[in-house]
Design a protein around this ligand. Structure first.
Ligand SMILES: NC(=O)c1ccc[n+]([C@@H]2O[C@H](COP(=O)([O-])OP(=O)(O)OC[C@H]3O[C@@H](n4cnc5c(N)ncnc54)[C@H](O)[C@@H]3O)[C@@H](O)[C@H]2O)c1
Length: 420
């Protein structure tokens, strides 16, 4: 095979393929798009460089884009989230170049991003904006050919909006994250379930009866709080936004600053997109054996360098658990090196929810190619009719029917004259 790639072991490909097919059976909307793309080839000739978590669901997205006629190349959007069998299968069975190794170091991570950019993309796909940011900083010679990009997650969208505000964004980007059919479901139900899955797989602890501190009550935090409560944990929420904090209170959670939650929590998880949400002064007052994890995009939410500085010894009692023994003898257990715990210790979101997110990705690509001449160098929200169409297809696949407005109802809802 003349294909260039960097994956761990091609002999894992068969197992990867079986898991990709298993995920596909839970992704009816994407499959439907794949079938349409095969016939219509709307992405014909488009070169797509993607930097996404290399999971079974992403594999199905890549295969869908390929069916639409795109030339795709993939690297990881996180050093720990790659599923090596999936990477091997994409190379072996689909001839898609993949540059991703689970556990790759920082240097390899960026080397892989550069290899992915070597395709000279027309379209970039990001989850956290590392590919786009590298392209803007180090590979500016390629910018001219780029027609647009997509961004999967909240943190990436925040980075892109900052770039657009400064006039630094060199091509239009669609904020897939902002689609209702993305963050309502992926961030809430996907992160809610898969974060619990990651914490439990890493530790095998019982959640019932534990005090579970959740930092951030955005879409992800709400989902995790809801599921942690369902497993019998006593949930505490920390927030900085009055509205979000009030919502958490009304949803029945205890809300307090992290400094008050730190000494009473058994398990901590950050989902804020912010930095140093758990810091040195919090570690100083945590209980012995506290478990600390993150499910926000970057591993900066927990101040890991501070924790390292406080430790006299670092042990590894289980895979994905680093136990920092502090000078006073207390132990703090950091999960998955502070990286997205649902992707490092578990398998990320279940396929059924990624079906919605990745249908948005596929349709965004089609939209960019169709509208490239009208789009400006800004961050765009997904058009509402794409969102609604994805929800309709998902309901149809679930065999759920809904009512349809009658003409009288349509008229009533659009008139302002009718009152009491
Ligand atoms: N684990 C995953 O698979 C996954 C999936 C989707 C999104 N994400 C990431 O999770 C993070 C959160 O995403 P979201 O969609 O919930 O964002 P969001 O903007 O809806 O919510 C973030 C919340 O955190 C709060 N916050 C900010 N700083 C804080 C602090 N210091 N202390 C306490 N609260 C603070 C904000 O007020 C906000 O309410 C982002 O980094 C996003 O990229 C992860």
């Amino acid at each position: 095979m003349s294909l260039e790639y960097d994956v761990k072991d091609l002999s894992l490909a068969e197992g990867g393929r079986r898991r990709i097919e298993w995920a596909e059976s839970e992704m009816p909307v994407l499959l439907h798009l794949k079938e349409r793309f095969e016939k219509e080839r709307p992405l014909k000739g488009a070169r797509v460089s993607a930097c996404l978590h290399v999971t079974t669901e992403t594999a199905n997205l890549m295969r869908t884009l390929q069916s639409g006629g795109a030339e795709v190349v993939l690297c990881a959007s996180n050093p720990l989230s790659t599923q090596d069998d999936v990477a091997a299968s994409l190379v072996t069975h689909d001839e898609i170049p993949v540059y991703a190794l689970k556990g790759e170091d920082h240097e390899t991570y960026y080397k892989h991003i550069h290899s992915t950019l070597d395709l000279k993309p027309h379209i970039t796909m990001d989850d956290g904006a590392d590919l786009l940011s590298t392209l803007h900083q180090d590979r500016r010679d390629m910018l001219e050919e780029v027609q647009g990009g997509t961004e999967e997650t909240t943190t990436g969208v925040i980075r892109l909006r900052a770039m657009a505000k400064e006039g630094a964004l060199a091509y239009p980007v669609i904020a897939v994250n902002d689609a209702m059919t993305k963050h309502f479901f992926d961030n809430r139900y996907g992160t809610g379930q898969s974060t619990i899955d990651g914490i439990v797989r890493a530790t095998n602890i019982l959640l019932a009866g534990k005090t579970f501190v959740i930092a951030g009550y955005g879409w992800c935090g709400r989902g995790l709080a809801m599921r942690a409560r369902g497993m019998g944990a006593n949930v505490i929420v920390t927030e900085v936004e009055p509205l979000a904090a009030l919502e958490a209170v009304m949803d029945g959670f205890r809300v307090m600053p992290m400094i008050e939650a730190a000494p009473i929590g058994d398990i901590f998880c950050t989902l804020t997109g912010d930095i140093k949400v758990i810091d040195k002064h919090h570690f100083e007052i945590m209980k012995d054996d506290a478990i600390v994890s993150n499910s926000g995009h970057f591993n900066v939410e927990i101040n890991i360098p501070a924790l390292e500085g406080m430790a006299s010894e670092i042990r590894r009692p289980r895979e994905f658990v680093e136990q920092y023994v502090l000078k006073d003898g207390r132990r703090i257990n950091l999960l998955g090196e502070g990286r997205l715990i649902n992707l490092s210790a578990a398998e990320g979101h279940p396929a059924s929810v990624m079906d919605l997110s990745f249908a948005n990705q596929a349709l965004s690509l089609e939209y960019i190619l169709e509208h490239k001449d009208e789009l400006e160098n800004q961050v765009y929200t997904i058009p509402e009719d794409i969102d609604r169409e994805i929800a309709r297809m998902k309901l149809e696949s679930m065999r759920v029917k809904i009512d349809v407005l009658t003409d009288e109802q349509k008229q009533y809802l659009s008139s302002w004259e009718e009152g009491t």
